[in-house]
Design a protein around this ligand. Sequence first.
Ligand code: NAP
Length: 320
Amino acid sequence: MSVWNVIIIGSGPAGLTAALYAARAELKPLVLGGVEAGGQLMLTTAVENFPGFESIQGPELMQKLTAHAQKFGAEVIRKNATRIDFGARPFKIWSGEESYQAKSVIIATGASAQWLGLESETRLRGHGVSSCATCDGFFFKGKRVIVVGGGDTALEDATFLTKFATQVTIVHRRDVLRASKPLQRRAEQNDAISFKWNRQVVEVLGEDRVTGVRLRDTTSGEEETIETDGLFVAIGHKPNTELFAGRIELDAKGYIVATHAGTHHTTTNVDGVFVAGDVEDARYRQAITAAGAGCKAAMDAERWLAERGEVERRTMLYGQ
Ligand code: NAP
Protein backbone atom coordinates (compact mmCIF):
# COMPACT_ATOMS: atom_id res chain seq x y z
CA MET A 1 0.00 0.00 0.00
CA SER A 2 1.40 3.42 -0.92
CA VAL A 3 2.23 5.88 1.82
CA TRP A 4 1.05 9.43 1.20
CA ASN A 5 3.31 12.31 2.21
CA VAL A 6 0.33 14.07 3.68
CA ILE A 7 -3.32 13.23 4.08
CA ILE A 8 -5.65 16.15 4.72
CA ILE A 9 -8.88 15.33 6.50
CA GLY A 10 -11.60 17.83 5.60
CA SER A 11 -12.45 19.88 2.54
CA GLY A 12 -13.54 23.28 3.79
CA PRO A 13 -11.41 26.37 3.12
CA ALA A 14 -8.72 25.14 5.57
CA GLY A 15 -8.39 21.66 4.06
CA LEU A 16 -8.47 22.79 0.45
CA THR A 17 -5.98 25.61 0.98
CA ALA A 18 -3.68 23.14 2.74
CA ALA A 19 -4.16 20.85 -0.29
CA LEU A 20 -3.30 23.64 -2.72
CA TYR A 21 -0.11 24.55 -0.88
CA ALA A 22 0.91 20.92 -0.34
CA ALA A 23 0.25 20.16 -4.01
CA ARG A 24 2.29 23.13 -5.18
CA ALA A 25 5.13 21.93 -2.93
CA GLU A 26 4.87 18.65 -4.90
CA LEU A 27 3.79 16.62 -1.88
CA LYS A 28 0.95 15.02 -3.91
CA PRO A 29 -1.54 15.24 -1.03
CA LEU A 30 -4.66 13.18 -0.58
CA VAL A 31 -7.75 14.98 0.70
CA LEU A 32 -10.33 12.85 2.46
CA GLY A 33 -13.01 15.41 1.81
CA GLY A 34 -16.00 13.77 3.45
CA VAL A 35 -19.23 12.63 1.87
CA GLU A 36 -20.71 16.08 2.47
CA ALA A 37 -17.64 17.88 1.16
CA GLY A 38 -17.05 21.61 1.38
CA GLY A 39 -17.69 22.46 5.01
CA GLN A 40 -19.92 25.21 6.35
CA LEU A 41 -19.75 27.35 3.19
CA MET A 42 -21.92 24.75 1.50
CA LEU A 43 -24.70 25.94 3.82
CA THR A 44 -24.41 29.64 3.03
CA THR A 45 -25.67 31.55 0.04
CA ALA A 46 -23.73 34.62 -1.08
CA VAL A 47 -20.25 35.06 0.38
CA GLU A 48 -19.18 38.68 0.19
CA ASN A 49 -16.19 38.76 2.50
CA PHE A 50 -13.74 36.40 0.82
CA PRO A 51 -11.11 38.72 -0.67
CA GLY A 52 -11.10 38.77 -4.43
CA PHE A 53 -14.76 37.75 -4.72
CA GLU A 54 -17.18 40.63 -4.39
CA SER A 55 -20.00 38.11 -4.21
CA ILE A 56 -19.93 34.39 -4.77
CA GLN A 57 -22.23 31.57 -3.70
CA GLY A 58 -20.65 29.44 -0.94
CA PRO A 59 -20.87 26.16 -2.91
CA GLU A 60 -19.34 27.80 -5.99
CA LEU A 61 -16.42 29.11 -3.94
CA MET A 62 -15.81 25.60 -2.62
CA GLN A 63 -15.96 24.20 -6.15
CA LYS A 64 -13.33 26.71 -7.24
CA LEU A 65 -11.09 25.91 -4.27
CA THR A 66 -11.38 22.19 -5.03
CA ALA A 67 -10.58 22.65 -8.73
CA HIS A 68 -7.64 24.90 -7.84
CA ALA A 69 -6.10 22.29 -5.51
CA GLN A 70 -6.75 19.51 -8.05
CA LYS A 71 -5.14 21.51 -10.84
CA PHE A 72 -1.83 21.38 -8.96
CA GLY A 73 -2.09 17.66 -8.26
CA ALA A 74 -4.09 17.21 -5.06
CA GLU A 75 -6.25 14.10 -5.06
CA VAL A 76 -9.61 14.91 -3.52
CA ILE A 77 -11.97 12.07 -2.67
CA ARG A 78 -15.42 12.35 -1.17
CA LYS A 79 -15.05 9.87 1.65
CA ASN A 80 -15.39 10.22 5.38
CA ALA A 81 -12.51 9.32 7.63
CA THR A 82 -14.11 6.86 10.04
CA ARG A 83 -11.15 5.68 12.15
CA ILE A 84 -7.57 6.78 12.74
CA ASP A 85 -4.44 5.34 14.28
CA PHE A 86 -1.85 7.96 15.19
CA GLY A 87 -0.06 5.54 17.53
CA ALA A 88 2.16 3.96 14.87
CA ARG A 89 4.02 5.27 11.82
CA PRO A 90 3.07 5.68 9.08
CA PHE A 91 -0.24 7.00 10.40
CA LYS A 92 -3.29 5.03 9.36
CA ILE A 93 -6.69 6.41 8.42
CA TRP A 94 -9.72 4.33 7.51
CA SER A 95 -12.79 5.12 5.50
CA GLY A 96 -15.02 2.18 6.26
CA GLU A 97 -13.04 -0.94 5.34
CA GLU A 98 -10.57 0.95 3.17
CA SER A 99 -7.39 2.24 4.78
CA TYR A 100 -4.79 4.86 3.86
CA GLN A 101 -1.29 5.45 5.20
CA ALA A 102 0.41 8.81 5.63
CA LYS A 103 3.73 10.20 6.83
CA SER A 104 1.93 13.35 8.03
CA VAL A 105 -1.67 14.41 8.54
CA ILE A 106 -3.44 17.76 8.51
CA ILE A 107 -6.73 17.79 10.40
CA ALA A 108 -9.17 20.33 8.97
CA THR A 109 -12.53 18.84 9.89
CA GLY A 110 -14.04 22.17 10.91
CA ALA A 111 -16.91 22.85 13.26
CA SER A 112 -20.63 22.66 12.92
CA ALA A 113 -23.11 25.24 14.10
CA GLN A 114 -25.50 23.97 16.70
CA TRP A 115 -29.05 24.15 15.44
CA LEU A 116 -32.33 24.10 17.28
CA GLY A 117 -33.26 20.86 15.57
CA LEU A 118 -36.59 21.99 14.10
CA GLU A 119 -37.82 20.68 10.74
CA SER A 120 -38.91 24.21 9.75
CA GLU A 121 -35.45 25.56 10.66
CA THR A 122 -33.75 23.06 8.32
CA ARG A 123 -36.21 23.74 5.49
CA LEU A 124 -35.67 27.53 5.65
CA ARG A 125 -31.89 27.45 6.07
CA GLY A 126 -30.46 29.86 3.49
CA HIS A 127 -33.95 31.40 3.10
CA GLY A 128 -33.90 33.60 6.17
CA VAL A 129 -32.45 31.12 8.65
CA SER A 130 -28.73 31.52 9.21
CA SER A 131 -26.06 30.70 11.75
CA CYS A 132 -23.59 33.32 10.51
CA ALA A 133 -24.34 36.99 11.13
CA THR A 134 -21.03 38.08 9.63
CA CYS A 135 -21.85 36.23 6.40
CA ASP A 136 -25.54 37.00 6.02
CA GLY A 137 -26.29 40.15 8.06
CA PHE A 138 -25.93 42.36 5.01
CA PHE A 139 -28.99 40.74 3.41
CA PHE A 140 -31.23 42.06 6.18
CA LYS A 141 -30.84 45.77 5.49
CA GLY A 142 -33.91 47.59 6.78
CA LYS A 143 -35.50 44.35 8.02
CA ARG A 144 -36.38 42.71 11.35
CA VAL A 145 -34.39 39.77 12.67
CA ILE A 146 -34.39 37.45 15.66
CA VAL A 147 -31.23 36.12 17.28
CA VAL A 148 -31.55 32.98 19.41
CA GLY A 149 -29.12 32.44 22.29
CA GLY A 150 -27.80 34.15 25.39
CA GLY A 151 -24.04 33.74 25.01
CA ASP A 152 -21.28 35.98 23.66
CA THR A 153 -21.97 34.98 20.06
CA ALA A 154 -25.67 35.83 20.29
CA LEU A 155 -25.01 39.26 21.80
CA GLU A 156 -22.15 40.04 19.47
CA ASP A 157 -24.25 38.93 16.48
CA ALA A 158 -27.22 40.99 17.66
CA THR A 159 -25.10 44.13 18.01
CA PHE A 160 -23.49 43.49 14.62
CA LEU A 161 -26.88 42.96 12.99
CA THR A 162 -28.10 46.40 14.07
CA LYS A 163 -25.79 47.78 11.38
CA PHE A 164 -28.31 46.40 8.90
CA ALA A 165 -31.58 45.41 10.53
CA THR A 166 -33.88 48.04 11.99
CA GLN A 167 -35.07 45.76 14.78
CA VAL A 168 -33.18 42.90 16.43
CA THR A 169 -34.89 40.71 19.02
CA ILE A 170 -32.83 38.37 21.18
CA VAL A 171 -34.77 35.28 22.18
CA HIS A 172 -33.24 33.50 25.16
CA ARG A 173 -34.50 30.40 26.94
CA ARG A 174 -33.71 31.79 30.40
CA ASP A 175 -33.89 35.23 32.01
CA VAL A 176 -30.16 35.45 32.68
CA LEU A 177 -27.58 35.90 29.97
CA ARG A 178 -24.45 33.78 29.74
CA ALA A 179 -22.62 36.48 27.77
CA SER A 180 -19.85 38.63 29.27
CA LYS A 181 -20.89 41.85 30.99
CA PRO A 182 -19.41 44.27 28.43
CA LEU A 183 -21.30 42.54 25.62
CA GLN A 184 -24.48 42.56 27.70
CA ARG A 185 -24.12 46.28 28.40
CA ARG A 186 -23.50 47.09 24.76
CA ALA A 187 -26.61 45.20 23.69
CA GLU A 188 -28.79 46.63 26.46
CA GLN A 189 -27.75 50.17 25.52
CA ASN A 190 -28.57 49.62 21.86
CA ASP A 191 -32.06 50.95 21.08
CA ALA A 192 -32.48 48.61 18.11
CA ILE A 193 -32.15 45.53 20.37
CA SER A 194 -34.91 44.10 22.53
CA PHE A 195 -35.16 40.88 24.52
CA LYS A 196 -37.70 38.08 24.77
CA TRP A 197 -36.83 36.24 27.98
CA ASN A 198 -37.70 32.64 28.87
CA ARG A 199 -38.67 31.82 25.31
CA GLN A 200 -37.87 28.86 23.11
CA VAL A 201 -38.41 28.96 19.34
CA VAL A 202 -40.68 26.01 18.57
CA GLU A 203 -41.36 26.69 14.88
CA VAL A 204 -40.01 28.89 12.11
CA LEU A 205 -42.86 30.19 9.98
CA GLY A 206 -42.88 30.81 6.22
CA GLU A 207 -43.17 28.86 2.98
CA ASP A 208 -40.24 30.04 0.82
CA ARG A 209 -38.84 32.63 3.22
CA VAL A 210 -38.98 33.26 6.93
CA THR A 211 -42.01 35.35 7.90
CA GLY A 212 -42.13 34.74 11.64
CA VAL A 213 -41.53 32.38 14.54
CA ARG A 214 -43.69 30.63 17.09
CA LEU A 215 -42.30 31.03 20.61
CA ARG A 216 -43.11 29.09 23.75
CA ASP A 217 -42.72 30.57 27.22
CA THR A 218 -40.39 28.19 29.08
CA THR A 219 -42.08 28.93 32.42
CA SER A 220 -45.81 29.14 31.58
CA GLY A 221 -45.85 27.07 28.37
CA GLU A 222 -47.88 29.82 26.64
CA GLU A 223 -47.25 30.32 22.95
CA GLU A 224 -47.13 33.43 20.77
CA THR A 225 -46.28 34.22 17.17
CA ILE A 226 -44.05 37.12 16.18
CA GLU A 227 -43.22 38.38 12.71
CA THR A 228 -39.64 38.52 11.50
CA ASP A 229 -37.66 38.44 8.26
CA GLY A 230 -34.74 36.44 9.55
CA LEU A 231 -33.66 34.05 12.26
CA PHE A 232 -30.04 33.86 13.39
CA VAL A 233 -29.30 30.81 15.49
CA ALA A 234 -26.37 31.57 17.81
CA ILE A 235 -26.45 28.76 20.33
CA GLY A 236 -22.83 27.66 19.93
CA HIS A 237 -20.63 25.62 17.64
CA LYS A 238 -19.19 22.21 18.10
CA PRO A 239 -15.86 21.16 16.67
CA ASN A 240 -15.93 18.04 14.52
CA THR A 241 -13.51 16.05 16.66
CA GLU A 242 -15.41 12.87 17.61
CA LEU A 243 -12.93 10.88 15.52
CA PHE A 244 -9.94 12.19 17.45
CA ALA A 245 -11.14 11.93 21.05
CA GLY A 246 -8.51 10.09 23.11
CA ARG A 247 -6.04 10.16 20.21
CA ILE A 248 -5.03 13.78 20.18
CA GLU A 249 -5.17 16.54 22.78
CA LEU A 250 -8.50 18.35 22.90
CA ASP A 251 -9.45 21.28 25.13
CA ALA A 252 -12.41 21.25 27.51
CA LYS A 253 -14.77 22.22 24.70
CA GLY A 254 -13.49 19.54 22.33
CA TYR A 255 -11.33 21.76 20.09
CA ILE A 256 -7.94 20.39 19.03
CA VAL A 257 -5.11 22.06 20.90
CA ALA A 258 -2.42 23.55 18.68
CA THR A 259 0.59 23.01 20.92
CA HIS A 260 2.32 26.14 19.71
CA ALA A 261 -0.72 28.38 19.77
CA GLY A 262 0.48 31.94 20.11
CA THR A 263 3.46 31.26 17.89
CA HIS A 264 1.20 30.73 14.87
CA HIS A 265 2.36 27.17 14.38
CA THR A 266 -0.11 24.44 13.54
CA THR A 267 1.48 21.52 15.36
CA THR A 268 -0.48 19.26 17.72
CA ASN A 269 0.72 17.05 20.55
CA VAL A 270 1.25 14.24 18.00
CA ASP A 271 4.47 14.83 16.06
CA GLY A 272 3.61 14.94 12.35
CA VAL A 273 -0.09 15.74 12.85
CA PHE A 274 -1.05 19.34 12.08
CA VAL A 275 -4.31 21.21 12.50
CA ALA A 276 -6.02 24.08 10.70
CA GLY A 277 -9.27 25.97 10.74
CA ASP A 278 -12.40 25.92 12.88
CA VAL A 279 -11.59 22.55 14.43
CA GLU A 280 -8.90 24.42 16.36
CA ASP A 281 -10.19 28.00 16.27
CA ALA A 282 -13.28 28.89 18.28
CA ARG A 283 -12.69 32.61 17.96
CA TYR A 284 -12.52 33.82 14.35
CA ARG A 285 -14.36 31.06 12.43
CA GLN A 286 -14.09 32.80 9.05
CA ALA A 287 -13.46 31.17 5.67
CA ILE A 288 -10.47 33.42 5.12
CA THR A 289 -8.87 32.74 8.53
CA ALA A 290 -9.39 28.99 7.99
CA ALA A 291 -7.79 29.26 4.54
CA GLY A 292 -4.82 31.10 6.06
CA ALA A 293 -4.45 28.39 8.70
CA GLY A 294 -4.58 25.72 5.98
CA CYS A 295 -1.70 27.43 4.20
CA LYS A 296 0.32 27.48 7.44
CA ALA A 297 -0.40 23.82 8.18
CA ALA A 298 0.79 22.76 4.71
CA MET A 299 3.99 24.75 5.11
CA ASP A 300 4.56 23.30 8.58
CA ALA A 301 3.93 19.76 7.28
CA GLU A 302 6.29 20.26 4.37
CA ARG A 303 9.01 21.60 6.63
CA TRP A 304 8.49 18.69 9.05
CA LEU A 305 8.78 16.16 6.20
CA ALA A 306 11.84 17.89 4.73
CA GLU A 307 13.61 17.96 8.11
CA ARG A 308 13.21 14.19 8.27
CA GLY A 309 14.54 13.71 4.76
CA GLU A 310 11.16 12.44 3.58
CA VAL A 311 10.83 15.02 0.82
CA GLU A 312 12.96 17.63 -0.84
CA ARG A 313 12.22 21.08 0.48
CA ARG A 314 10.31 23.18 -2.08
CA THR A 315 9.02 26.25 -0.30
CA MET A 316 10.89 28.75 1.76
CA LEU A 317 9.97 29.12 5.39
CA TYR A 318 11.11 32.54 6.22
CA GLY A 319 14.09 32.70 8.52
CA GLN A 320 13.35 29.42 10.29
P1 NAP B 1 -22.17 29.50 24.47
O1 NAP B 1 -21.37 30.36 25.37
O2 NAP B 1 -22.14 28.03 24.69
O3 NAP B 1 -23.68 30.01 24.58
C1 NAP B 1 -24.70 29.35 23.92
C2 NAP B 1 -26.02 30.02 24.26
O4 NAP B 1 -27.04 29.37 23.53
C3 NAP B 1 -26.39 29.92 25.74
O5 NAP B 1 -26.97 31.13 26.16
C4 NAP B 1 -27.39 28.78 25.77
O6 NAP B 1 -28.41 28.94 26.73
C5 NAP B 1 -28.04 28.89 24.41
N1 NAP B 1 -28.48 27.59 23.94
C6 NAP B 1 -27.76 26.45 23.82
N2 NAP B 1 -28.52 25.46 23.30
C7 NAP B 1 -29.74 26.00 23.09
C8 NAP B 1 -30.95 25.49 22.56
N3 NAP B 1 -31.07 24.22 22.15
N4 NAP B 1 -32.03 26.31 22.49
C9 NAP B 1 -31.94 27.61 22.90
N5 NAP B 1 -30.81 28.15 23.40
C10 NAP B 1 -29.72 27.36 23.49
O7 NAP B 1 -21.78 29.70 22.90
P2 NAP B 1 -21.26 31.00 22.14
O8 NAP B 1 -22.03 32.19 22.54
O9 NAP B 1 -21.19 30.64 20.71
O10 NAP B 1 -19.76 31.16 22.68
C11 NAP B 1 -18.82 30.10 22.47
C12 NAP B 1 -17.45 30.52 23.04
O11 NAP B 1 -16.88 31.55 22.22
C13 NAP B 1 -17.58 31.08 24.45
O12 NAP B 1 -16.46 30.69 25.18
C14 NAP B 1 -17.55 32.57 24.23
O13 NAP B 1 -17.07 33.29 25.35
C15 NAP B 1 -16.62 32.69 23.03
N6 NAP B 1 -16.94 33.90 22.26
C16 NAP B 1 -16.31 35.04 22.63
C17 NAP B 1 -16.59 36.21 21.96
C18 NAP B 1 -15.88 37.46 22.37
O14 NAP B 1 -15.11 37.41 23.31
N7 NAP B 1 -16.10 38.58 21.71
C19 NAP B 1 -17.53 36.23 20.92
C20 NAP B 1 -18.17 35.05 20.59
C21 NAP B 1 -17.87 33.89 21.28
P3 NAP B 1 -28.09 28.80 28.31
O15 NAP B 1 -27.39 30.07 28.68
O16 NAP B 1 -29.43 28.65 28.91
O17 NAP B 1 -27.23 27.57 28.45
